[in-house]
Write a protein that binds this ligand. Structure first.
Ligand SMILES: NC(=O)C1=CN([C@@H]2O[C@H](COP(=O)(O)OP(=O)(O)OC[C@H]3O[C@@H](n4cnc5c(N)ncnc54)[C@H](OP(=O)(O)O)[C@@H]3O)[C@@H](O)[C@H]2O)[C@H](O)CC1
Ligand code: K
Length: 503
């Protein structure tokens, strides 16, 4: 996992690393520039015209080092200097001195910015990094606005788009990047949906600062990586039988919303559950039996919605339960959820209308415990905790909720956040915009329920479910783009095991 620390800790982190390794800060900047160029070289051509805009701090220093390295590799580079370069940071100054004589470097005034022609294929933004401490103004603002208006240009931000603060929501303008290459770890604010339009595609470049150096600055926030997930998986042997893969129950559905339950149940099967049973109102029997023959179907007392109660003995036959998809929020289904929570204390995922009912009946929150995972999307979450001003507040409240109720809370969206009762928060690195489609959340519920049923700890079920759900979305949308539907995500689940090399 990549530890996410606050921008104000980065200077100290760098200082510790530099002194421990006996290297200079210039060397660390060189590593960062090299990591950027290694990625850049694979993606762009020598005949692309590249404009690199450099401020007077260390972000500008990165830009100048990148310019030198790309120039040496034969790229066509022009540097633009903005800000107070007479008082530039030491490493920025050094990198300016190291620029080859023949590499064009143009100092820009606010006046120049209005008139100069930016005829480039690629613009690299190294104006400001995490040292930004006020909204953009003057020549920085003028240049950012000008660059944002350019079309048919690939725009890349170094570390963070200029103008975005590392840990807060932006006020005013910022550079609008197609791609952001963040050094060592994604800066916290790059994960906020408010900033998605500025960040573009997010990539993290390793500059060699190893994990132990982050320890003292830890804020308990982590960015999930492939290898963290693979090692959380249980391995099953040659003699495993369907009992080992778990018996799960998925409860939900109502007249007109049976697809949600079917989607969750299919996802459980595709994730590997040995036996999947659906508990639905009577109207679901025919639909579920004919559309999903691999699942068993039980019907409750209600005709069109779940009603009455299920005794604890029947529920205890299952290794895990997922409840909520398509169940509706009527008085009848609310009563059903209340009785269910009274009778079942095992591993549980509560999603969708299950969460909406909790929001309407806060007394039910007393049933939450360390076996429970809640999976709200942003709107469901705000119904639960009240309106939030921005995503930062949402993330803070998600953690607060998880710690208060002792359960895991998964706040769905781009970079889905998994909040744990121990105060940690994991951010997902998989998934894409094509997953924003009806039923996608039901698929996640089915996947996590399946992992719980297979004997995964609640934390591992949440992490593996969220990560693999995103991966399945990426696979499913590769050739379908905005035409991706939730069933495609379900179909792609087995491929995620192939990528993770888990059988
Ligand atoms: N470990 C790493 O991640 C490394 C990151 N590196 C890069 O370094 C930057 C951070 O560099 P820093 O020098 O701290 O900050 P900036 O370059 O972002 O800003 C420089 C100065 O700019 C001034 N400032 C702040 N806000 C504004 C504004 N709105 N308009 C104009 N100027 C502004 C401010 O100085 P003042 O005296 O004017 O207040 C800043 O100090 C990081 O992002 C990475 O790119 C290292 O290369 C290696 C390790
Ligand atoms: K930048």
């Amino acid at each position: 996992m990549l530890e996410i620390i606050s921008g104000r800790s980065v200077k100290k982190l760098d200082a510790d690393f530099i002194s421990d390794r006996g290297i200079t800060s210039h060397r660390l900047m060189e590593n960062a520039a090299q990591a950027f160029c290694d990625w850049f070289e694979k993606k762009y051509h020598r005949n692309d015209r590249i404009g690199i805009c450099c401020g007077h701090g260390n972000n500008g220093g990165d830009g100048l080092a990148i310019a030198r390295l790309l120039w040496r590799k034969g790229f066509d580079v022009v540097v633009f200097l903005v800000g107070d370069h007479d008082n530039a940071s030491a490493d920025c100054r050094l990198n300016r001195e190291l620029l080859p004589d023949k590499l064009p470097a143009v100092s820009l005034t606010e006046e120049d910015i209005q008139h100069i022609e930016f005829d480039f294929d690629v613009i690299i933004d190294a104006l400001l990094g995490i040292g930004v401490n006020r909204p953009l103004s003057g020549d920085f603002l003028a240049l950012v606005k000008r660059l944002n208006r350019l079309i048919h240009v690939n725009k890349i931000a170094v570390d963070i788009p200029s103008g975005l603060p590392s840990d807060e929501c932006v006020e005013g303008d910022a550079f609008i990047a197609d791609i952001t290459i963040s050094f060592q770890f994604p800066k916290y604010s790059l994960l906020f949906p408010e900033h998605a339009g500025f960040v573009g595609h997010l990539k993290v470049a390793n500059i060699g600062i190893s994990q132990p150096f982050f320890g003292q600055f830890s804020e308990g926030k982590y960015y999930l990586q492939y290898k963290d997930v693979a090692k959380r998986h249980l391995r099953f042997g040659r003699f495993s039988h369907k009992g080992d893969f778990g018996k799960v129950l998925v409860c939900g559905g109502s007249y007109g919303s049976m697809g949600a339950l079917k989607m969750a149940a299919t996802a459980s099967l595709r994730t590997g559950s040995g036996l999947v049973t659906c508990l639905a109102p009577k109207c679901g029997m025919g639909i579920l039996q004919s559309s999903l023959p691999e699942a068993q179907v039980l019907t409750g007392e209600g005709e069109n919605e779940l009603a009455g109660s299920v005794d604890s003995e029947s529920l205890s036959r299952f290794d895990a339960i997922g409840i909520g998809p398509g169940m509706g929020t009527s008085q009848t289904s609310s009563c059903f959820l209340g009785k269910f929570l009274e009778n079942y204390k095992g591993p549980l995922v509560i999603d969708a209308d299950g969460i909406n009912i909790l929001a309407k009946q806060p007394g039910l929150l007393n049933y939450l415990n360390e076996n429970v995972i809640l999976t709200p999307h942003v709107k469901e979450f705000e119904r639960l905790v009240g309106p939030c001003q921005n995503h930062k507040e949402r993330l803070d409240k998600a953690l607060e909720f998880s710690m208060k109720h002792g359960c895991i809370l998964i706040l769905k969206g781009a970079h889905t956040a998994i909040s744990l009762p121990n105060g940690k928060q994991y951010f997902n690195s998989t998934g894409n915009k094509h997953m924003a489609t009806g039923g996608s959340g039901d698929v996640l519920t089915g996947m996590i329920t399946s992992f719980l049923g297979q004997g995964y700890s609640v934390e591992n079920a949440a992490v593996c479910g969220v990560y693999q759900h995103g991966l399945a979305g990426q696979i499913a949308s590769k050739n379908r783009l905005r035409g991706t539907i939730a069933s495609d995500i379900v179909e792609a689940i087995p491929r995620t095991y192939i990528l993770l090399k888990i059988d």
